[in-house]
Design a protein around this ligand. Structure first.
Ligand code: PLP
Length: 449
């Protein structure tokens, strides 16, 4: 029997009562009761007690197939034994030395070995810090100020890149107009970039998610990265690939390894640190030299100051180095990619079977679901970067999308917005469970399509 929408909410409340109580408590402590904007779920989010492999268990004892995968950080799934062992051994030896340590070198060596553009590395504590530092390096190295970023592309939450994340291009509360004035928000079209750099010789950097906006929610057109590479090289503009999601996932060396397009600077986080906090900027040695102490001896303003209490902390370094060693051969990525392909096919099949408008697409080990418009063939069009970007970026925020997330949770499946990131330990059973859950959930949300 298909639930009506009000029944769906009642069922949700019956299934997750302890989460409701925790959410009420959280509301006394946190704004909106949450600690990250995307964790806000209606009518309230679930609270998780433990996780293992591809699954997690909430405080009400419900077992959930987890496609959030640590916001993409857990390519190896929850608690990979080698990563956990490395972290546990390190935990017993100390979590902060206020000094260098061998694990940070090993970690950095893995980054250099795997990421083609990484001639030199500097660790940060998050992806946001990594993109902030990358832009500062580009500006210091070129002596220019302006930055180009693309509509919908997400680079963390600092002032320079917040505008134009997701579907909105509105100004962001709290970000000074003067900061916005240094950033051009463009469509990911080479003509738009060419026009902007022709009119402005003060462009220091172009920053791009090489998967397309929001981990491939709006894929790029074929050839765009290569065109961007040629244009930026011809103008002495620093090309930054933000591989915070794609790094180590699309391939051990990220999108740059797959595409052969090598940026000047790469930003990394998520998989980099094996499930613990961590980020990195890696790139051309001459650009990274802007961090060098010797420069301040020549002229204090020549050196970029860079601090960070938890940069390359021993715990993240130990877990990160262990994780990168495992993903270096590309086998976990192949497994995750194959599972993602099966999942995309299964979900697409359900839409066809039920004759409902919508499509499923995604690159590498990701999947994205659009409901209410289009058919299966549009999934392929989306993958080729030929669907309208705004529609794709808005898809996770429709009423149908929010209801689907709720219905899927009731069915024991946790989506990440309208899709997810697949790990190397997601199984055919996880795929089957998710496809079945989708088959039962779609009729519930059908009135909203
Ligand atoms: N860049 C991209 C492409 C991201 O997806 C994210 C986070 O999701 C960030 C940067 C920011 O990373 P963090 O959340 O570690 O600050």
């Amino acid at each position: 029997m298909t639930l009506s929408l009000p029944e769906l909410e009642d069922t949700y409340r019956q299934r997750f009562p302890k989460s409701a109580a925790l959410y009420e408590r959280a509301g006394e402590v946190f704004v909106d009761g949450v600690t990250h904007d995307t964790r806000r779920v209606l009518p309230y989010p679930i609270y998780v007690e433990r996780a293992q492999g591809s699954r997690k268990w909430d405080v009400d004892g419900n077992e959930l197939v987890d496609w959030v995968s640590g916001h993409g950080a857990l390519l190896l799934g929850h608690n990979h034994p080698t990563v956990i062992e490395a972290a546990q051994k390190q935990l017993a030896k100390g979590t902060h030395y206020g000094a260098g340590h061998e694990a940070e070198i090993r970690w950095g060596e893995w980054v250099k070995k795997l990421v083609p553009s990484a001639e030199s590395v500097r660790f940060t504590s998050s992806g946001t810090e990594a993109t902030l530092l990358a832009l500062r390096i580009a500006r210091a190295a070129t002596g220019r100020t302006h930055v180009i970023k693309f509509a919908g592309h997400f680079h963390g939450w600092h002032d320079y890149t917040m505008r134009g994340r997701g579907a909105s291009s509105d100004r962001v509360a709290g970000v000074p107009e003067q900061v916005d004035a240094t950033v051009s928000l463009l469509s990911p079209e080479i003509g738009a970039v060419a026009e902007t750099v022709a009119a402005n010789d003060d462009v220091a950097a172009v920053i791009v998610e090489p998967s397309g906006a929001a981990w491939g929610t709006a894929p790029l057109k074929a050839g765009f990265l290569q065109e961007l590479r040629e244009l930026t090289a011809s103008k002495g503009i620093v090309l930054i690939f933000d591989e915070v999601v794609t790094g180590f996932r699309w391939a051990p060396g990220g999108v740059q390894e797959l595409s052969g397009v090598i940026p000047d600077i790469t930003t990394l986080a998520k998989i980099l640190a094996g499930g613990l906090p961590g980020g990195a900027v890696a790139g051309r040695a001459d650009l990274m030299e802007t961090l060098a102490w010797i420069r301040s001896q020549e002229k204090p303003s020549r050196k970029i100051p860079h601090y960070g209490t938890f940069n390359a902390n021993p715990l993240s370094a130990a877990a990160g180095a262990a994780c990168l060693e495992i993903v270096a051969d590309g086998v976990p990525q192949e497994r995750a990619d194959a599972t993602a392909l099966e999942l995309r096919r299964g979900l697409s099949g359900v839409l066809q079977e039920l004759e409902l408008p919508g499509f499923v697409y995604g690159d590498s080990s990701t999947f994205h679901i659009v409901l209410g418009r289009g058919t299966g063939a549009d999934g392929e069009k989306a993958d080729r970067g030929e669907m309208d970007d705004d529609g794709l970026l808005l898809a996770p925020y429709t009423r149908a999308a929010l209801a689907l997330q709720q219905a899927m949770l009731v069915e024991g499946v946790h989506l990440f917005n309208m899709g997810g990131l697949v790990s190397s330990v997601h199984s055919p059973e996880d795929v089957e469970k998710t496809v079945d859950a989708f088959r039962r959930s779609l009729p519930v949300v059908e009135p909203l399509l």
